[in-house]
Design a protein around this ligand. Structure first.
Ligand SMILES: Nc1nc2c(ncn2[C@@H]2O[C@H](COP(=O)(O)OP(=O)(O)O)[C@@H](O)[C@H]2O)c(=O)[nH]1
Ligand SMILES: [Mg+2]
Length: 229
């Protein structure tokens, strides 16, 4: 089996007790030697308990307990976790099984070829309600306009599923990130040189089967701020 000692998977979580066990199993079973950091923002359910017990059994699994941090946010969780990694590559994946873990293979393969950022580009999302589609489309247009001014480009600038050479995220200063936001990749692209080597990898954004989305108005406001940052 191929070895993945060069990669850390970062999973931001908030109340994912119904999904995290399956996700951890799928990753550890298929990626020998891969490291995993679950970056949890103080889940009120059993997420932390589950991850802690798994990490006792598997030294490659670690929890970053952010419950006492001043800033809670998906972006903050990913950035802080990235700072803790030591591997050459980092892959960020949601904790709710909406991103297919089998694609990590493809992402790492492209990183090893020398791409700096490998972005999981979502194929059409069919089941989103009309309102979410409109919000996403608008954010995409505004975001791409922002990246046109300065920044790197890729197909899905708002994807939460991507791989990156570790230093390409840790080299960016914290103040460049909209820490409360949801769109960590967008913040990275703004701060990455235009000619960066970026690769798109296509995937189907599955429906969330268990638990619920945490996206809300505050994340839309954070994105609006990030546009002008
Ligand atoms: N650490 C952390 N994770 C979060 C936060 N908000 C959402 N998440 C996690 O980020 C991932 C994506 O969130 P989700 O609500 O499913 O967003 P959606 O798929 O865009 O609707 C999931 O694994 C969530 O548990 C947060 O504030 N902090
Ligand atoms: Mg989700």
């Amino acid at each position: 089996m191929e070895e993945y000692k060069d990669t850390t998977v970062i999973i931001p979580t908030l109340n994912e007790e119904e999904n995290i066990t399956e996700l951890l199993n799928l990753i550890t079973k298929n990626y020998n030697g891969i490291k995993i950091i679950v970056s949890d923002d103080g889940s009120k359910d059993k997420t932390q308990e589950i991850v802690k017990s798994q990490s006792k059994k598997n030294k490659n699994i670690m929890i970053l307990d952010r419950s006492k941090e001043r800033i809670h946010g998906l972006t903050a969780s990913v950035y802080d976790a990235a700072k803790k990694t030591k591997t050459e590559y980092v892959v960020v994946i949601d904790g709710d099984l909406q991103h297919p873990p089998e694609k990590i293979k493809e992402i790492v393969k492209e990183l090893r070829k020398g791409y700096n950022i490998v972005v999981g580009a979502r194929e059409k999302v069919f089941y989103w309600p009309f309102s979410r589609k409109i919000i996403s489309k608008t954010a995409m247009i505004l975001g791409k306009a922002r990246l046109f001014i300065n920044g790197a480009k890729c197909r899905d600038i708002l994807s939460g599923f991507f791989g990156i050479k570790r230093e390409k995220i840790t080299n960016i200063k914290q103040e460049k990130f909209e820490m409360y936001g949801y769109k960590v990749l967008f913040d990275i692209l703004k701060n990455t040189e235009r000619k960066a080597k970026i690769k798109n990898v296509y995937y189907v954004f599955g429906a969330r089967k268990k638990g619920h989305s945490k996206i809300g108005l505050k994340h839309i406001i954070s994105f609006a701020k990030a546009l002008f940052k």
